[in-house]
Design a protein around this ligand. Structure first.
Ligand SMILES: [Ca+2]
Ligand SMILES: [Ca+2]
Ligand SMILES: [Ca+2]
Length: 378
């Protein structure tokens, strides 16, 4: 996985933030006021000499407001427990403006698993485990690391009153645990996970695979897209099977080595959509991989999303791992509008709609001609 070494200092898991209880226990008994209103004394705010009046009829409220002893009456409004945060990346790519929300699209997260029972990941449908989940695991594909849960939250955290808003909040999530609690895995395990996603019966809905992972390696068929003679590299061959034969859109991280993505797989393979990371200042960090294999840039610095430490935990992380799920979510938006699109058409649509980065001041020290993800209009 691509995250960890670039985690900004000072970011720690943040738990659920809740409003304090409005009624304090042991408060004095209600008093009767001059206007025939029972004033619950627990609602007497001493410092302000204010009272909270419940179920006050409008006529009575108007009469009360005329009383010279009453300074002001303020109608109550509903507030929610801090509501839902729209992370900067989700806002930046225009996700809250789309008509499509990812409905009827399955997104398979090949990662450390996804936190089962998380309040903001209620669209987690199930999954499959290649490697064992250790510790408190509610399912084999539960997340004992956090990375996969974070990735999943950017793709499809639900649009509710809690946590965060994602790119494709109506998409369904499937956890494919190919990375261990320490975040490591093997090519054979990833191939096994890919084969599960290919074979999985999701009722015929279009599929997207998110792989915020990678290792060193090169593209044995560079410059070729779904060639008739398939790769003899097992990893590449499995990706070609998914993309070319089973029409699964595969989105992968460029990597965080500050290196040419051509030296890293699956980033180097031409059948995938490879994603670099940007910050909120329209710039790339020096650690984002680059080069001709990179297709799109997306937000990947200081990204708030779901976390595995509790069912209401959130965390802020940085990495091309965090940029990738923005694009996977965007692919789900495209497929929810055009379910019959091939991976090539999905990629073409994303590139056509993307924002030019030619005027950006690129201070990363590496070339980044790739455009920036934009989902407005989807
Ligand atoms: Ca939410
Ligand atoms: Ca390539
Ligand atoms: Ca590419």
């Amino acid at each position: 996985m691509y995250e960890g070494s670039h985690r900004p200092p000072g970011f720690r898991p943040i738990g659920a933030r809740r409003l304090p209880a409005t009624r304090e226990p042991g408060a004095p008994r209600p008093r009767r006021g001059d206007h025939g209103l029972a004033i619950p004394a627990e609602d007497h705010l001493e410092a302000l000499s204010a009272f909270i009046l419940r179920n006050l009829p409008e006529a009575r409220a108007r009469r009360l407001a005329q009383d010279p002893r009453v300074y002001a009456l303020t109608p109550d409004r509903e507030v929610r427990a801090y509501g839902q945060t729209v992370p900067w990346g989700v806002e930046r790519i225009g996700a809250p403006t789309t008509t499509a929300k990812g409905a009827n699209v399955s997104v398979y997260v090949l990662d450390t698993g996804i936190k089962v029972g998380h309040e903001d990941l209620t669209n987690l449908k199930g999954g499959y485990a290649v490697v064992k989940c250790r510790g408190r695991c509610r399912a084999a594909y539960d997340d004992d690391n956090g990375h996969g849960t974070h990735v999943a939250g950017t793709i499809a955290a639900v649009n509710n009153a809690a946590g965060v808003l994602s790119v494709a909040p109506a998409a369904e999530l499937w956890a494919v645990k190919v990375l261990s609690g320490s975040g490591s895995g093997s090519i054979s395990g990833i191939v096994q996970g890919l084969n599960w996603a290919i074979a999985h019966n999701n009722g015929g809905k279009p599929k997207v695979v998110n792989m915020s992972l990678g290792g060193s390696g090169t593209d044995d068929q560079d410059g070729l897209y779904c060639p008739a003679i398939r790769s003899k590299d097992a990893f590449h061959n499995a990706i070609q099977k998914a993309v070319c034969d089973y029409r699964i859109t595969v989105v992968v991280a460029a990597g965080n080595e500050g290196d040419n993505a051509a030296n890293h797989t699956p980033a180097a393979y031409d059948e995938v959509i490879t994603v670099s990371a940007t910050n909120s200042q329209n710039d790339w960090p020096s650690w984002s991989n680059y080069g001709p294999d990179v297709d799109l840039a997306a937000p990947g610095v200081s990204i708030l999303s779901t976390w595995h430490t509790s069912t209401s935990a959130y965390n802020t992380l940085s990495g091309t791992s965090m940029a990738t799920p923005h694009v996977a979510g965007a692919a789900a938006l495209v497929l929810s509008r055009y379910p019959s699109y091939t991976p090539e058409q999905v990629k073409g649509t994303l590139l056509q709609n993307a924002e030019s980065t030619h005027t950006w001041s690129n201070t990363s020290g590496h070339p980044h001609p790739e455009p920036f993800l934009n989902v407005r209009g989807f």
